[in-house]
Design a protein around this ligand. Structure first.
Ligand code: WT7
Length: 644
C-alpha cells in the first residue's frame, strides 16, 4: 500500500523543502535521550519554582517536572505583557454574520483577570471542574484561561453536542458552574446553546450557577438566582477587579489543567486528564517546531475549541508563544463557499491548520471559490484529524499553498495532548498522504501483535514506547479504563488504537483506527455510543453502527438494525431513529444510511461480523468470507431486499 501511494506521487516526494519560507530553519538536533530533550524544551515555559526531577514513575503512571510550579494562564498572557507583545493582537475574531473583534494580549489580561475574579466570587475553588459549553468566540478562550488562572480545571464540551451528551459530561465531572452562550450562529441560524444547558441541568444536583454570554441576543429563559449574564458580572467586576484580582494560582506541574471527554470503545465517553507542566511544555514545543512560528505570523486554525486541536493549537500552544490567532465562529460555506479563503485574504493569514475533510469539501465545491482569492500571505499549511489522501494533499499544496508552502500532516490524539508524528518544515522530506516521522522526543513505533517493530512496508499497530510530557495522565474517575484501554495491549507501551504501515524509508503511514472508534469529519465517536443512542428507540432489537469510508467525510455512520417482532420497516421509523442519535449525541453524529435486516450477521460465538457490514455499507460487491456466519440468510435476504 505504501509503495503504491509513494510511487504514484514520486514527483511530489520532496527531497527537502527549499520553500519553508524565506528563512533557513535550524534543524533540530537529534537527541538520543528523550528526557534530556524535554528538559531543554521545558525551559521555554515560565516556572515560578523549578522542578526537582524531569520524569518520575513507570508505565502507566508517569509524573513530569515534579516539584515545579507554574500557571498556564500566566504563560499564555502575563509573560507577554513586559514587551511590545503587550499590544499585539492575541485573538482576531470573525463572527459568522461578519462582525469582527480583536483582543490584544493586554485586553486578554484584563478580560481573563476580571472573569477569574467573577469565578472566584461565585465560589469556584482550586480543583473544582468548570464545564464550558460554548462556540468559537473570544469569551470561550477567556473562560478557559480564567479557569486555568484560578486552578479550576475546565471541561470544554463541543457546542455541537446535544443536551443529553452535555448532561452526561456535566454529571461525570460534577461541575458546579457551567459557562455558555444564549446561542451562536451557524449557517445563518441560531444554535440554542442555553436551551440545551437548561435541559441538561434540569434536576441536576451539582450545578449551582450558569453564566451566559450574550451572542445572538434572542430571547432565552434565565432562572433566578441560578443564571447570570456574563456582561453584567463583568461590568460589576470592572469596577473593582484590580482590587479583587489576585496573582495567578500557583499550580503544581502535575495539577490537572483540564478534562476533555472523548469517545472510546464503550458507550460512555471518557474524561481524558491533562496536567499542567508537561502539557504546556508539549504544546509550546510542538507549536514552535512543527509550525516554525515567528513573531509576525498570523495563524488560523479552523478546528473548534471543543476538541483537543482547539485546546492545544488555538489556545495553549499559540498563546504561550504570544502569537496572533484567527478564530472563526461559523460554517465554511456561509454566506458562500469561499469564507475560509476570504478570511485568509482579509487578515493576511500566514499559517493555516485545517482538516482533510475541510479540504475535500472545498475540492467538491469547486476551484472557482479559491481562484480569485489572494492567498499569497500563506507560507505553511497544516493538516490534522485523519489521513489525508495524496490527491487531496496535492490540491491543498497547489491550489491553496501555491506550490510554495510545505504541508505538515500532523498525527496525534486527544490523549497525546500534542503533535507526535509530523514533518518538520525545512527539514523532513514530505510525502503526500504521510505524517512522516515521529518528532524529536517522541518514540512512536509500528509493532506487530507481539510488540516487535515492523519495517519495510510492514503493517501493524501504532504505539508509543516512551513517555512524553503532554501524555494523558488518567481517565477521570476511571483508572481501570485508563490502564485497560491504553496500557494493556503491549507491555510497557502506550497503544494508540491506530493501525499503521512503516515504509522502507522509516516513514509511518497511519491507516486509521483498529478499534470501534469512528472518525466523522474529524469528529470522534464510538460505535457503542451511537448504538446506545439508537437503542433508546423502542422498536429496535439490535443495532450495529459501522464507520464506512466516504470520499468527503472520511467516514460516515451506517446503521444496521434488526427490529423487534412485528415492527414495520418504515421511513418514519428511520427518521425517528436519526432523531434519537441527534438527541443523544448531536447533529454531527447523524447516520448517513439506515439498513434494516432480519438479524445481524454473527459468528457462532455470537460476535457481530462488522467487516461484512462495512463492506455492505461501502457498496462492495464482494462481501468477503461468509462461511463463518451462523445464519447466512440474514445477508442473502438483505441483498434481495433492494436496500443496498
Ligand atoms: C485520531 C484521534 C489530534 C486532533 C484531532 C483528532 C486520527 C489524527 C491524523 C493524521 C491520520 C489521524 C487517528 C487518531 N488522526 N490525526 N494526521 N493522520 N490519522 O483527535 O479526536 O482524539 O482523534 O484521529 O485515528 O487516533 P481525536
Amino acid at each position: 500500500m505504501s509503495e503504491v501511494r509513494i510511487g504514484r506521487y514520486n514527483d511530489l516526494y520532496f527531497k527537502s523543502i527549499e520553500f519553508a519560507g524565506n528563512r533557513k530553519v535550524k534543524p533540530v538536533e537529534l537527541v538520543a535521550d528523550n528526557r534530556k530533550f524535554w528538559e531543554g524544551e521545558s525551559k521555554n515555559i515560565s516556572w515560578q519554582e523549578d522542578y526537582q526531577t524531569v520524569l518520575e514513575g513507570e508505565a502507566p503512571f508517569y509524573r513530569w517536572f515534579e516539584g515545579g510550579k507554574l500557571n498556564a494562564s500566566y504563560n499564555c498572557i502575563d509573560r507577554h505583557l513586559g514587551s511590545w507583545t503587550r499590544n499585539k493582537a492575541a485573538i482576531v475574531f470573525e463572527g459568522e454574520p461578519g462582525d469582527q473583534r480583536v483582543l490584544t494580549y493586554n485586553d486578554l489580561y484584563r478580560e481573563v483577570s476580571k472573569f477569574a475574579s467573577v469565578l472566584k466570587r461565585m465560589n469556584v475553588k482550586k480543583g473544582d471542574i468548570v464545564t464550558i459549553y460554548m462556540p468559537m468566540i473570544p469569551e470561550t478562550i477567556v473562560a478557559m484561561l480564567a479557569c486555568a488562572r484560578i486552578g479550576a480545571p475546565h471541561s470544554v464540551v463541543f457546542g455541537g453536542f446535544s443536551s443529553n451528551a452535555l448532561k452526561d459530561r456535566i454529571n461525570d465531572s460534577e461541575s458546579k458552574v457551567v459557562i455558555t452562550v444564549d446561542g451562536y450562529w451557524r449557517r445563518g441560524r441560531v444554535v440554542p446553546s442555553k436551551t440545551n444547558v437548561d435541559k441538561a441541568v434540569d434536576e441536576n444536583e451539582f450545578v449551582e450557577n450558569v453564566i451566559v454570554v450574550k451572542r445572538t441576543k434572542h430571547h432565552i429563559f434565565m432562572e433566578k438566582d441560578r443564571d447570570y449574564w456574563y456582561d453584567e458580572l463583568m461590568d460589576w467586576a470592572d469596577r473593582d477587579w484590580k482590587k479583587n484580582v489576585s496573582e495567578p494560582e500557583v499550580m503544581d506541574s502535575e495539577d490537572t489543567l483540564f478534562l476533555l471527554y472523548t469517545s472510546g470503545t464503550t458507550g460512555k465517553p471518557k474524561g481524558i486528564v491533562h496536567t499542567t507542566g508537561g502539557y504546556m511544555t508539549g504544546v509550546n514545543s510542538t507549536f514552535r517546531r512543527v509550525f516554525d512560528i515567528r513573531d509576525e505570523d498570523v495563524y488560523f486554525c479552523t478546528a473548534d475549541v471543543g476538541w483537543i486541536t482547539g485546546h492545544s493549537y488555538i489556545v495553549y500552544g499559540p498563546l504561550s508563544h504570544g502569537s496572533t490567532v484567527v478564530i472563526y465562529e461559523g460554517a465554511p460555506n456561509h454566506p458562500d463557499k469561499d469564507r475560509i479563503w476570504d478570511i485568509i485574504e482579509k487578515y493576511g493569514v500566514t499559517i493555516l491548520y485545517t482538516s482533510p475533510t475541510a479540504i475535500r469539501m472545498a475540492i467538491k465545491w469547486g476551484d472557482e471559490y479559491t481562484e480569485d482569492k489572494d492567498l499569497s500571505s500563506l507560507r505553511l499549511l497544516g493538516s490534522v484529524g485523519e489521513p489525508i489522501n495524496p490527491e487531496v494533499w496535492k490540491w491543498y499544496f497547489e491550489k491553496i499553498g501555491g506550490e510554495r508552502c510545505p504541508i505538515v500532516d500532523t498525527w496525534w490524539q486527544t490523549e497525546t495532548g500534542s503533535i507526535m508524528i509530523s514533518p518538520i518544515p525545512g527539514k523532513t522530506p514530505l510525502a503526500p498522504g504521510c505524517a512522516t516521522k515521529p518528532i524529536t522526543g517522541v518514540s512512536a513505533e509500528v509493532v506487530d501483535e507481539d510488540g516487535t517493530p515492523v519495517s519495510n512496508g510492514g503493517s501493524g499497530y501504532l504505539v508509543v514506547k516512551e513517555p512524553w510530557p503532554s501524555m494523558l495522565r488518567n481517565v477521570y474517575k476511571n483508572e481501570e479504563r485508563y490502564v485497560n484501554t491504553y496500557w494493556s495491549n503491549f507491555e510497557g507501551m502506550y497503544f494508540t488504537g491506530d493501525g499503521a504501515i512503516k515504509d522502507e524509508n522509516g516513514y509511518i503511514w497511519v491507516t486509521g483506527r483498529v478499534d470501534d472508534v469512528i472518525n466523522i469529519s474529524g469528529h470522534r465517536l464510538g460505535s457503542a455510543e451511537v448504538e446506545s443512542a439508537v437503542l433508546t428507540n423502542d422498536s429496535v432489537a439490535e443495532v450495529a453502527a459501522i464507520g464506512c469510508s466516504d470520499s468527503i467525510k472520511g467516514s460516515v455512520i451506517c446503521l444496521f438494525i434488526s427490529l423487534k417482532e412485528g415492527v414495520e420497516q418504515t421511513d418514519d421509523l428511520k427518521a425517528e431513529i436519526k432523531e434519537a442519535v441527534r438527541d443523544e449525541i448531536g447533529k454531527f453524529a447523524s447516520p448517513e444510511k439506515i439498513i434494516f435486516m432480519k438479524g445481524l450477521p454473527k459468528t457462532r460465538s455470537g460476535k457481530i461480523m462488522r467487516r461484512i457490514l462495512r463492506n455492505i455499507g461501502e457498496g462492495k460487491k464482494d462481501l468477503g468470507d461468509l462461511s463463518t456466519l451462523v445464519d447466512r440468510t440474514v445477508v442473502d435476504d438483505l441483498i434481495k431486499s433492494n436496500q443496498i
